[in-house]
Design a binder for this molecule. Structure first.
Ligand SMILES: [Zn+2]
Length: 92
């Protein structure tokens, strides 16, 4: 905790982000940054024949996300999504 009453450090993200990142992502809805299509991530075109996984927009082929895993770590690039809406059961 900081001396400010307006903000705290990133450790405060642990609970809220745990709820967001522990969901079934195929049920999530995403918006493409290129064509603004909104739809379930289950409809994305997934290319997984490489060291990582790439998901592309089914409407315009924009890369929505990239995921690379190596030696106990994962890199997740969501630049192709304006937002990702995930169902959560816990209320804040
Ligand atoms: Zn698109």
């Amino acid at each position: 905790m900081t001396s400010s009453n307006l903000w705290t450090d990133g450790n405060a993200l642990a609970g809220p982000l745990h709820d967001v990142f522990s969901v079934e992502v195929t049920t999530a809805i995403g918006r493409c940054t290129n064509c603004r299509r909104e739809g379930p991530m289950a409809e994305a075109r997934v290319y997984d024949h490489a060291p990582g996984v790439v998901a592309r927009c089914p409407a315009c082929d924009q890369v929505l996300l990239r995921l690379v895993r190596d030696r106990g770590r994962a890199w997740l690039d969501l630049r192709g999504l304006t937002w990702l809406q995930v169902p959560v059961t816990k209320q804040p």
